[in-house]
Ligand binder design. Structure first.
Ligand code: PLP
Length: 402
């Protein structure tokens, strides 16, 4: 299984669009063009001595697909090239990645500090699961750096944030939070789902670990769930390697293959979806049925200065508030003909969700108010349709909501 020699050995620095197509490719003796799908649980050895050497780590090679698999290896290597990470592990879902990244490095008596604007399942891990094992936590408004500085403790082991956040697209200063983590020797984990590896590189900004739900933009075509954890080799070796082998959260080779195919088209999809989203954000900002638009590509975004320093592009997602609360939001959703109602995001099909009654329904009214999630708020994940068709669809539905 030689690594692709053209890409693997080049001394040139490749640009992301080229990495997305070629990086990490392994070719079998058949010289196939497309990445091979190795649907195999195990691997055979030429003799007993070779099996012993492989188990001792004295000889390279695959042992068992719970540990590593050639197709998944290609997906991990391609993500490493894109992210500038030394090592990675692909997981069965984004939540498997986030759970593993946190749990593999904490023990009873440790403290986890996190921005409270995060995906609901992450709150379950931090607020409900970790305390059962003696790990304490603090949730803060992560947009203010002094909140991180005031809440960090000598026993803080992990800082966790999502930026931009779901669903209000708040942006957190990753470099400043990384400095807080470094002040106590803790590790900063960044959930980079909304930004994608093309628009934000948390490791370059000082974060120690990056996690993805590759279910979102990386597949981007609504097929498979997946996740990824990326970091430096020392952290993976010391914390994740054994945890991952023995708890088995790894991604199936089939899903890894789908993700590799997704990566090939990621840059063109993100470019077009972001262009569409920017056009829609401008349209919504002038609409009489809309009271607020939050879009990271607009100058009126509350953290526009951080965005200009830390992100290379806007977003495929935007949030907006319709006048008339839940009733108007539901009328709007039900009048849409092209945009689909779905809690997923990053898809080539445009998707809208009403966070109060779906993704964030488990939060208390106060918790939702703290996060700026009003009853009229909608999150729109913009797809690959013609932007003008989407604008027409939104306009008709907004008029129906008035
Ligand atoms: C920001 C964010 N992080 C993590 C996840 C979890 O990913 P998955 O559904 O692949 O487990 C999601 C969505 O579900 C998400 O939106």
């Amino acid at each position: 299984m030689p690594e692709d020699t053209k890409i693997g050995n080049t001394a040139r620095t490749l640009r992301p669009a080229t990495q997305l197509v070629h990086a990490g490719t392994l070719r079998s003796g058949f010289g196939e063009t497309s990445e091979s799908l190795f649907l195999t649980q195990g691997f055979v050895y030429p003799n007993a001595e070779a099996a012993e050497a492989r188990f001792k780590g004295e000889e390279p090679g695959f042992i068992y697909s719970r540990y590593a698999n050639p197709t998944t290896d290609m997906f991990e290597k391609r993500m490493c090239a894109l992210e500038g990470a030394e090592d990675a592990r692909a997981t069965a879902s984004g939540m498997a990645a986030i759970a593993a990244a946190i749990i593999c490095q904490v023990k009873a008596g440790d403290h986890v500090l996190a921005a409270r604007a995060m995906f609901g399942s992450c709150r379950y891990i931090i607020e409900t699961l970790l305390p059962r094992y003696g790990v304490d936590f603090t949730l803060i408004d992560g947009s203010k750096i002094e909140n991180w500085q005031n809440a960090v403790r000598p026993n803080t082991k992990v800082l966790f944030l999502e930026s931009p956040t779901n669903p209000t697209l708040e942006v957190i200063d990753i470099s400043a939070v990384a400095a807080v983590a470094n002040s106590v020797g803790a590790k900063l984990i960044v959930d980079n789902v909304f930004a994608t590896p093309l628009f934000q590189k948390p490791l370059e900004l000082g974060a120690h670990i990056v996690v993805y739900s590759t279910t979102k933009h990386i597949d981007g075509q609504g097929r498979c769930l997946g996740g990824m954890i990326l970091s430096d080799k020392a952290w993976v070796d010391e914390n994740l390697h054994e945890y991952f082998r023995h708890t088995g959260p790894g991604l199936s080779p089939f899903n890894s293959w789908v993700m590799l195919k997704g990566l090939e088209t990621l840059s063109v999809r993100i470019k077009q979806q972001t262009e569409n989203a920017a056009k829609i954000a401008d349209f919504l900002s002038t609409h009489s049925a809309v009271s607020k638009v939050i879009y990271p590509g607009r100058a009126d975004h509350p953290q526009a200065d951080i965005i200009s320093r830390q992100m290379k592009g806007g977003s495929t997602l935007l949030a907006f508030e319709v006048k008339g609360g839940k009733k108007a939001a539901f009328k709007f959703e039900n009048a849409l003909e092209i945009v689909l109602i779905s809690n997923n995001l990053g898809d080539s099909k445009s998707l809208v969700t009403h966070p109060t009654t779906t993704t964030h329904k488990n939060l208390t009214d106060e918790a939702r108010a703290e996060l700026g999630i009003s009853d009229g708020l909608l999150r729109l994940s913009v797809g690959l349709e013609d932007a003008d068709d989407l604008i027409e669809d939104l306009d008709i539905a907004l008029k129906a909501a008035l």
